[in-house]
Design a protein around this ligand. Structure first.
Ligand code: PGA
Length: 256
């Protein structure tokens, strides 16, 4: 039985102290007592400390949206994973399609970051997914297989079991176009089969695979009801506590 995990990715849309206080002080009492779903909020770096102050004794965990793979040094503008750990960060999103596309992060770089995160016990949420042109050209499976091979290169089964994968079709991110539950489930099954071949069935069965891309309260339940969809990574709908709460409730309901 895999515990669903809902991640709220605020991207660069919220992050002032006041916005952080407003959102999280409203979410904390809403989700109090929910222990069937892991809840993670990934704020911009500037809001992490404020967020941690509010959620530290609650069931909401703190996530970062990125990190570098070195601990320290002359890397202007980068963030050390050690700094993140010290301020209460438990999860880190790696390889989001916006990092890959806009900031040209390669699978090799993401693999280095992933190994680093694992080495210091930050829990990685690793994003993979295809562009619209790739889907239309029938290359979705090929792209996913390539990303899995490259991003998870040289990882042991034990390391793999600590990773959360987010399948995010890029055409569904921020567009309001959600993959249908059937489209998402098809890829989740494909990913699980690949993991089973690459590692083993037990490992593949234990890894949580989130769906991401225009999840809203209205479509969350149908997505989470699919056997291989273990929660979601939520962008736009994670900015308001009410909508995120509804999505968390849908994940909770999906296991009952
Ligand atoms: P969205 O973003 O929910 O706004 O589509 C999802 C994501 O990028 O993780």
């Amino acid at each position: 039985m895999r515990k669903p995990i809902i991640g709220g990715n605020w991207k660069m849309n919220r992050g002032t102290p006041n916005e952080t206080i407003e959102m999280l002080e409203s979410l904390v009492p809403q989700v109090e007592g929910i222990d069937t779903v892991d809840i993670v909020i990934a704020t911009p770096f500037t809001a992490l400390t404020k967020a941690y102050e509010i959620i530290k004794d609650t069931n909401i965990k703190l996530g970062a949206q990125n990190m570098y793979f070195e601990d320290k040094g002359a890397f202007t503008g980068e963030i050390s994973p050690q700094f993140l750990k010290e301020i209460g960060v438990e999860y880190v999103i790696l390889g989001h399609s916006e990092r890959r596309d806009i900031f040209k992060e390669s699978d090799t770089l993401i693999n280095k970051k992933l190994k680093k995160a694992l080495s210091i016990s930050l829990k990685p949420i690793v994003c993979i997914g295809e562009h619209l042109e790739e889907r239309e050209a029938g290359k979705t499976m090929h792209k996913i297989e390539y990303q899995i091979n490259e991003t998870f290169k040289d990882l042991s089964k034990e390391e793999m079991r600590k990773i959360i994968i987010a399948y995010e079709p890029i055409w569904a991110i921020g567009t309001g176009k959600t993959a249908t539950p059937e489209q998402a489930e098809e890829i989740h099954i494909f990913i699980r089969n690949l993991l089973s071949q690459k590692f083993d069935k037990e490992t593949a069965d234990s890894i949580r695979i989130q769906y991401g891309g225009s999840i809203k309260p209205i479509n969350a339940e149908d997505l989470f009801n699919k056997k291989n969809i273990d929660g979601g990574l939520v962008g736009g709908a994670s900015l308001q506590s009410d909508s995120l709460f509804q999505i968390i409730l849908a994940a909770d309901k999906s296991i009952k």
